[in-house]
Design a protein around this ligand. Structure first.
Ligand SMILES: [Ca+2]
Length: 169
């Protein structure tokens, strides 16, 4: 074996090991993507149906909502929680929780629609008509520009509504 052939073998081994380490390099698309954003996310409920029902305790109702990130950064996954009360406007600090749904992480200006999830009206909800509300990220797991618009009952939240939800009887 000549010196040149020995070098070629060593060189080939180096090239192979470099290629191998390149192939194993960690891929972090989320980290690279996050660098393109600045500021904080801001989650809001843009639409929620129905706001009022004539059904009573034990009946099944179907809730739909449209959640949107109107902020400037990616939001972490969180929950949308639904409330029911026989008083209007719904006071979410005292109203019964009828259920909740998972909300995936959203990019800025991205929405997530949930259509007609069935929930049973719990005992203690009171006599119809019953009023409903939805709040996003109640447990505050997502740092946001503001939490003052996270409920359909928030005065600031109404400003994000894309349409007035009609009553469903
Ligand atoms: Ca918010």
């Amino acid at each position: 074996m000549t010196a040149r052939e020995t070098l070629r073998i060593i060189g080939g081994g180096l090239a192979a090991s470099v290629l191998c380490s390149c192939a194993k390099a960690p891929v972090q698309p989320m980290a690279e993507e996050a660098e393109n954003y600045w500021g904080l996310p801001n989650l809001v409920i843009q639409a929620f149906i129905p706001p009022v029902i004539l059904a009573g305790e034990g009946d099944t109702i179907y809730l739909s909502d449209l959640a949107t990130n109107v902020g400037e950064n990616i939001s972490a996954p969180t929950l949308v929680r639904y409330y029911i009360s026989n008083a209007s406007p719904v006071d979410v600090s005292t109203a019964l929780v009828i259920g909740e749904r998972e909300l995936r992480g959203l990019k800025p200006r991205e929405s997530d629609e949930s259509l007609e999830i069935p929930f049973e009206i719990p005992e203690g909800a009171g006599d119809p008509p019953l009023f409903l509300a939805a709040c996003i990220d109640v447990d505050n797991v997502v740092p946001e520009t503001t939490d003052d618009d996270n409920c359909t009952t928030s005065p600031a939240g109404a400003g994000h509504n894309i349409y007035d939800s009609g009553a469903v009887y």
